[in-house]
Design a protein around this ligand. Structure first.
Ligand code: AMP
Ligand code: MG
Length: 350
């Protein structure tokens, strides 16, 4: 993958954050407990990092990066050869045969769309294009789309117009997917990194590793402990201070994802135009600065953080409080802080 300007900007930011975290949290590794191997790679148009404690760390980390590339090859809507791109290319024309894995991920994403009442909708591609976010680069400057352009794009968005089917049982089960209208377009940006991180962590566990941390864009998954016996600690970025932290949480056997209006945006008439679009209004969301979700899997934390970013704050919090082992921290547009009932860190400094 070519390293573009966006990737480099992200690298810069994340390295600064890692630098801060290093000084805040680095504890001396005690002798005899093994050592930590850390590797970074530009992947998935972002920054991917794996940390683990294992004598075979180099080999396992390399295999985990390859696993991430494999899964990205199925889902990445910017790669014309991916299964998702094939579904997009056949929109309104035909159904496309897809792997069981892609079918399962897309069915899970459909469930989140339903849970969120359509706030989370990965058929949002036409609206992202209309607002200038249909590339892996930051959005372009512009006057914003005309009303009729938005109305047309909105008519091409709706998860109910996307079907995933299976046509047999048992070993012969085959899966296909179809977008019902020409011009429709899936965008997996809200959950693909979380799922890719899950797959990397599954491979790491299959290799017998007990202590590891996988970071893919805004999603981090941790298992076990650091080599010194302390828990993995994750800094949650302050939404308005690029190198500042809002909170730090300990992460054991769970995933955390943050969605922020600062990730990818441009300014128009002194207003921030962010990359997360409310499919119900066809406009970029301006009710939240950042949303962080803790969950058992990277897919869940990633998908739900985007869902909550779009939903009304109260409805989003009610959803999170209704889900077992899921917690959220929401910062709204006015910098008000909302925490779900079991959010682990009660002292948030904005
Ligand atoms: P995240 O950073 O995980 O919150 O994902 C943001 C990405 O999700 C955007 O860059 C788009 O690719 C995509 N997206 C934007 N709006 C929505 C939406 N309403 N539902 C699902 N995906 C969206
Ligand atoms: Mg997300």
């Amino acid at each position: 993958m070519a390293i573009n300007r966006y990737t480099l900007q992200n690298f810069g930011r994340i390295f600064i954050l890692c630098f801060i975290l290093h000084f805040v949290y680095a504890a001396p590794l005690s002798a005899g407990n093994g050592s930590l191997t850390i590797k970074n790679r530009p992947l998935l148009h972002t920054f991917v990092q794996i940390k683990m404690e294992s004598p075979d760390a180099d080999k396992i980390i390399e295999a985990a990066f390859q696993e991430m590339e494999r899964v990205n090859g199925l889902l990445n809507n910017y790669d014309p050869l991916s299964e998702v791109s094939k579904i997009n290319a056949a929109a309104g024309i035909d159904s496309v045969e897809i792997s069981a894995e892609t079918a399962e991920v897309l069915q899970s994403a459909l469930r989140v769309a339903q849970l969120s009442g359509g706030a989370f909708d990965f058929t949002v591609g036409p609206l992202l294009k209309a607002w200038g976010f249909a590339t892996d680069l930051p959005g372009c400057e512009g006057d914003g789309p005309a009303d009729q352009v938005l109305a047309k794009a909105k008519s091409l968005v709706g998860y109910q117009l996307f079907h995933v089917r299976s046509d047999a049982e048992g070993a012969n089960k085959r899966y296909s997917a179809k977008l019902l209208k020409k011009g429709m377009c899936l965008d997996v940006g809200a959950f693909s990194k979380g799922y890719v991180a899950d797959c990397a962590m599954a491979l790491i566990k299959r290799n017998g590793v007990k202590n590891a941390l996988v970071t893919a864009g805004g999603t981090v998954i941790g298992i076990g402990l650091k080599p010194d016996g302390s828990r993995w600690k994750i800094g949650i970025r302050h939404p308005r201070k690029a190198d500042g932290m809002l909170a730090a949480i300990a992460l054991t056997d769970c995933a955390v994802s943050t969605s922020g209006d600062y990730e990818k945006y441009y300014r128009k008439n002194n207003k921030r135009v962010t990359h997360i679009i409310d499919p119900r209004t066809a406009r970029p969301v301006d009710r939240h600065q950042s949303v962080t979700v803790l969950a058992e899997s990277g897919f869940d934390s990633d998908a739900l953080s985007t869902a909550l970013f779009v939903m009304d704050t109260d409805q989003g919090m009610a959803l999170i409080n209704s889900l077992p082992r899921v917690e959220a921290l929401v910062i709204d547009h006015a910098a008000q802080i909302f925490m779900s009932r079991g959010w682990p860190q009660k002292n948030i400094v904005y």
